[in-house]
Design a protein around this ligand. Structure first.
Ligand code: AN0
Ligand code: CP
Length: 318
């Protein structure tokens, strides 16, 4: 594997999940693979899980790891070519990328959508520049439009817990006070559409995601109706994608909060969220603390999804 930014990069999902299970059974079986190889993780945005789970995955494979927080302790980076750099940014990405690449073998990048300019965000300008100019394998640790390590961990978690071949998986929008990117819901939809599950998306009017991510999913505007018979409820907030509303918070309506009443409409569904989650906005204490909550299991599987991706990248380096 040379890059990992979207579902196509992982290939056959059954094989990927099978490989995840092999890694999970003995995560130290491949410690020779990463010997004398260095991973550089570059963060333009905050992280708890991605930072720790990816570092742990790399250490399981015997790699050395360096972490750079671009906005804290490193020079602020200009990302657009042609800008007269008379502002607060001291260095350009076009110098920083080859310099950083010279110190490592593999690069992970976290660069969220800015939520100002939809075209710019959906062109994935930052991670694409890393792919083009680093000469190294690059993987996404959440880019502007997708969070594939999360979606892969979510898929593993569903496969571990499903009790029927084709579960009904419902992704529901839920309220949040701040504008969040569409990367997690886009990516989850992309991965669910690549399975044969029954996949339903529910959100208030105005929160339609990009067509290329919705794909063949059923969109149901009535959240309660969507929940009926669900086996998995995947909650997430996102800001508006559509036209002039791009990046805006159109609603913080707590009628959309996932609570026990709504979970009672489901087929005793599991509750999922990628974390970090705002309790009693996205989901009630009761639901997230219930025996059906998989939020910690998903986070645990982030180590596994990252290890499969790094393992495949390292195998390709040899
Ligand atoms: C981020 C997001 O919604 O994309 C990261 C989620 C993994 N969440 C927040 O910024 C709260
Ligand atoms: N789920 C996830 O990616 O969490 P972090 O933002 O803490 O890395």
């Amino acid at each position: 594997m040379k890059k990992f930014t979207c579902v196509e990069d992982i290939g056959d999902l059954r094989l990927a999940v099978a490989e995840a299970m092999v890694v999970k059974r003995d995560r130290f079986a491949f410690t020779e693979l990463g010997k004398n190889r260095t991973l550089l993780m570059i963060f333009f945005n905050s992280s708890l899980r991605t930072r720790l789970s990816t570092q742990k995955a790399a250490m399981n494979l015997g790699m050395n790891v360096m972490v750079l927080d671009v906005n804290q302790g490193a020079w602020k980076l200009e990302t657009e070519r042609g800008v007269v750099m008379d502002g607060d940014k001291a260095e350009h990405l076009l110098e920083a990328i080859p310099v950083m690449a010279s110190y490592c073998d593999v690069i992970g990048v976290r660069a969220f959508a800015q939520l100002n300019d939809r075209v710019e965000d959906y062109e994935e300008r930052i991670i694409e520049q890393f792919i083009r100019y680093s000469g190294r394998p690059v993987f996404s640790m959440e880019a502007a439009t997708r969070h594939p390590l999360q979606s892969f961990a979510d898929l593993i978690t569903i496969e571990e817990h499903k009790t029927k071949e084709r579960p009904k998986v419902v992704m529901t929008w839920a309220p949040h006070p701040k504008a969040l990117p569409q990367a997690v819901p886009n990516s989850f939809a992309e991965w669910m559409n690549a399975t044969d599950y029954e996949f339903v998306i529910t959100h208030p009017k105005g929160y339609e995601l990009a067509h290329e991510f919705v794909g063949n999913a059923k969109v149901e505007y009535d959240q309660r109706k969507a929940f009926e018979g669900a086996d998995f409820i995947y909650a997430k907030n996102w800001s508006a994608y559509a036209g002039a509303d791009y990046g805006k918070v159109l609603s913080t309506d707590r009628d959309w909060t996932v609570d026990a009443d709504k979970m009672a409409l489901t087929n005793d569904a599991f509750f999922m969220h990628c974390l970090p989650v705002r309790r009693n906005m996205i989901v009630t204490d009761e639901v997230i603390e219930s025996a059906k909550s998989l939020v910690i299991r998903e986070a645990e599987n982030r180590e596994i999804s990252a290890q499969v991706v790094l393992k495949r990248i390292l195998e390709n380096l040899k």
